[in-house]
Design a protein around this ligand. Structure first.
Ligand code: 3HC
Length: 502
């Protein structure tokens, strides 16, 4: 008979565990919340009270509803209290030895029919299941932070999971108001396997001095439409967890892209773990909603150039003309390139070759308009700080948020987004997950405005393929080579990658 999951245990009431307990309690399910000692138990109760209190203050819950939710959670420090649970979800720190010891205990304490689930981000569910006498009743049930808000649950079945159990757990996830995506047991599953390499890459680019923390975050929020920038998200996830996930991915793949950025290790070693410790990439302050607007343009004359030879397409020339027209309409005077105080090269690729051909290369900046809101302003090694500052001020007047960066392939958004989308194509090509599941997972697990395949179609397969080729040519990292499928689709003139799945 199918399990009805009347009572559920949650072991570990940190941020994730408390959030998971709240999700069950909100769905009317009785919860037994377990922590190791009374202090941790009180902190767990505090998380639940804080989160439901926030909903109360926003008018999303009544006092009676909040009381009912909290009333469904029994708090205990004794694992024995899990004896009658139909399901136990483990959310303790990502240390395999802890998890294995815990699952051995759960196996002993819980009734034989109980399902044991792990919320692990990256450890092997199969290895955890193997410590029990019931590997067929063990699954991954992976929630996303903040658990009460993010609508995805990854259900992970191993080679030993009983037939039908993953479907039962997926049904439970639906009862919780979540959307399940069922996957096999590979490091990082779908979301972390795609998300963490992108976040890690942002940390690597920060270390390379490509741009600043705030500008990279702004570029990905306003330029790519992600709900949070990579550094704010790393702080939310926790830098220790992020480091561990990258390490697990690297152990499996040996790809440089997965090797944790040194800055992650340094921050973790220093105890700066992100929101949970009060400081990580951010120092406890909220990430700026809108970056500073200190720059005042003082350029009297501006010249606008189109793209470089390699990028000198009609589209690039058209973008330059349109930008020049907007400048004139906003009252800026244009001038021949020899005389202008500021030279703006509208380009998707580095502009140093154009700069060295000018009489005043220090006056040239690269400009890439991303979406409707962002303008990437690239400084070459010859650009004067004054020219870059003038360019930023001018873009603000035109209603764009400027993002400063070095003159490198992909600037910021392309450098981060194109490899991220390429990873999604590789994942699909490997047969691990369908395009629909990958798109659903990234939209509902990370709040993306569109899934990676929807983004690929929107940006154009050829543009992404070319962006990857440029990145590979610059950095020679093999993980930037376009996925063979992407290359073939462009060669075949296919416009929508999602046509393959219909
Ligand atoms: N707990 C409970 N509820 C919360 C919350 C929290 N920590 N943070 C926000 N919320 C709720 C708010 O109450 C609000 O609900 P309401 O509309 O009913 O009032 C809603 O979420 C939106 O909150 P805000 O308006 O304050 O904030 P935003 O609109 O900026 O959204 C966000 C916040 C939902 C966190 C959004 O920025 C987002 O989607 N970020 C991406 C998060 C993400 O990618 N998570 C996955 C990380 S990977 C992971 O967890 C896997 C693990 O293994 C590492």
């Amino acid at each position: 008979m199918a399990n009805t999951f009347e009572t559920v245990g949650v072991v570990g009431l940190g941020t994730m565990g408390a959030g998971i307990a709240e999700v069950f309690a909100r769905a009317g399910i009785a919860v037994v919340g377990v922590e190791t000692d009374p202090g941790a138990l009180e902190r767990g109760r505090g998380h639940l009270e804080g989160s439901t209190g926030r909903a109360l203050s926003r008018g999303r819950l009544t006092e009676a509803e909040q009381a009912a939710i909290l009333g469904r959670v029994a708090f205990t420090t004794s694992l024995e209290d899990l004896a009658d649970c139909d399901l136990v979800v483990e959310a303790v720190p990502e240390v395999m030895d802890f998890k294995r010891a815990l699952f051995t205990d759960l196996d002993r304490v819980c009734k034989p029919s109980a399902v044991l689930a792990t919320n692990t981000s990256s450890l092997s569910v199969t290895a955890i299941a193997a410590t029990t006498t019931r590997p067929g009743r063990v699954v991954g049930m992976h929630f996303f932070n903040p658990a009460p808000v993010m609508r995805l649950v990854e259900v992970v079945r191993t080679v030993t999971t009983e037939d039908g159990l993953a479907d039962e757990v997926a049904g439970l996830a639906r009862r919780l108001g979540k959307t399940p995506v069922t996957v096999a047991d590979r490091a990082g599953f779908v979301v972390n396997r795609l998300l963490l390499p992108y976040l890690n890459h942002a940390a690597v680019l920060l270390e390379h001095g490509l741009s600043t923390r705030d500008d990279i975050d702004t570029a990905m929020r306003l330029g790519a439409g992600f709900p949070m920038g990579p550094f704010a998200l790393l702080d939310l996830i926790g830098l220790d967890t992020s480091h561990e996930i990258c390490e697990a991915l690297f152990q499996e793949s040996r790809e440089r892209r997965h090797a944790p950025a040194p800055v992650l290790r340094e921050l973790v070693t220093a105890g700066l773990l992100g929101r949970k410790s009060g400081r990580g990439f951010f120092h406890g302050e909220e990430p700026p909603a809108n970056p500073s607007s200190e720059e005042k343009p003082s350029a009297s004359t501006v010249a606008v150039l189109g793209g470089t030879a390699g990028n000198g397409t009609g589209a690039a020339e058209g973008a330059a003309e349109a930008f020049a027209a907007r400048l004139s309409a906003a009252g800026f005077k244009t001038a021949p390139v020899e005389d202008a105080d500021l030279v703006v090269a509208v380009s998707r690729t580095p502009v140093i070759e154009q700069a060295v051909r000018l009489p005043h290369p220090e006056r040239l900046v690269g400009l890439n308009l991303v979406g409707d809101q962002v303008a990437e302003v690239a400084s070459t090694v010859l650009t004067s700080p004054g020219a870059a500052q003038v360019a930023r001020g001018l873009l603000r007047i035109l209603g764009r948020t400027p993002v400063s960066c070095r003159d490198r392939a992909g600037f910021v958004v392309g450098a981060l987004l194109h490899p991220h989308l390429n990873d999604a194509v590789r994942m699909y090509e490997s047969g691990y997950a369908s395009m629909e599941d990958i798109d659903t997972a990234m939209r509902l697990g990370c709040g993306y405005p569109a899934g990676p395949f929807e983004m690929l179609d929107r940006l154009g397969l050829e543009a992404v393929r070319d962006g990857l080729r440029a990145l590979y040519a610059e950095y020679r990292d093999p993980s930037f080579t376009p996925a063979p499928l992407l290359d073939r689709l462009v060669t075949a003139g296919v416009r929508s990658i999602r046509d393959l799945s219909s």
